[in-house]
Design a protein around this ligand. Structure first.
Ligand SMILES: [Zn+2]
Length: 282
């Protein structure tokens, strides 16, 4: 695809937030298409401003989408949040620039899949479940947790022919566990529901010091314009409402905003600068 030679991540040092160690694990970067195609209501001016603020997230008119997963460690429990795009070639609906990085990133940080006690799947889109299984389709981790509504939706999608969901979610069989509402996965690591983007979409609160927002605000330009509708939101009105709630909770607060689709490690702060909300790396 068009674009520069910039590398997205990996940021290699762990950050400790509220007693939880958080390590970003870079998996992939590429483009699923034109920015204008994904963000209805984003004006030329929005895009130009965002291109200056977040050059890593653009390749010309294309949305340059980094995919970073997170390893969280707290109280002796290791949680992997999402598993990226997976083995190269699995996700066909984007133009990869680099892909297939998660296992190497784990290794680089001194871990193997066996060190992961559980995988939290924030939702079952292709860029979040890819490495649930290896290139041969064999599950890589021991336990996978997702919202019960997400599993129900996954069953329907698999029946309708979604091959990635069939392979990467239903193929996990008895390793799957479901949750609903707020569940503490490890000390200070708790799920919460983020309606709108996908059925059973969840984020995580790391104590009171960081919020992992999954894909509730998938492009940092939306922090300033939460009313922009994202093409992949399954319930657009709920998506906008969730974004407004998150913006009120996060902007100019002593809270980190964590998103695996943001620049660099995806760990930073949403702050007001010159009357506009921007995301700045921590
Ligand atoms: Zn995503």
């Amino acid at each position: 695809m068009a674009g520069g030679a910039r590398r997205a991540g990996p940021a290699s040092c762990a950050l400790v937030v509220g007693g939880v160690e958080i390590e970003p694990l870079f998996d992939a970067v590429g483009s699923p298409g034109a920015v204008a195609e994904f963000y209805a209501g984003a004006t030329e001016e929005d895009c130009n401003r965002a291109r200056t603020q977040y050059p890593e997230l653009f390749a010309g008119d294309l949305w340059r989408l980094p995919v970073t997963c997170y390893l969280l460690r707290s109280g002796g429990t290791t949680v992997l949040v999402d598993t990226g795009v997976g083995p190269p070639g699995l996700w066909e609906d984007w133009e990869p620039e680099q892909e297939g990085g998660l296992l190497a990133a784990l290794e680089e940080h001194g871990h193997t899949p066996d060190d992961v006690d559980l995988v939290l799947l924030t939702h079952v889109h292709a860029d979040h479940v890819g490495w649930n299984a290896d290139a041969a389709g064999v599950p890589l981790f021991g336990r996978y947790v997702l919202h019960r509504d997400a599993l129900e939706a996954a069953r329907k999608r698999a029946e309708e022919g979604d091959e990635i969901v069939r392979r990467c979610v239903l193929g996990l069989g008895g390793r799957l566990e479901t949750i609903a509402g707020e569940v503490e996965l490890a000390p200070g690591v708790a799920t919460f529901e983020l309606p709108g983007h996908d059925v059973g979409h969840v984020g995580l609160r790391l104590g009171s010091e960081a919020v992992l927002i999954a894909d509730a605000i998938p492009h940092s330009m939306m922090l300033d314009r939460p009313e922009i509708v994202f093409l992949y939101d399954v319930d657009p009105d709920a998506g906008v409402a969730t974004r407004r709630t998150l913006v009120a909770e996060l902007v100019d607060q002593p809270v980190l905003t964590v998103c695996g689709h943001y620049p660099g490690s995806g760990i930073g702060r949403a702050v007001t600068r010159d009357g506009r909300v921007v995301w700045e790396p921590a």
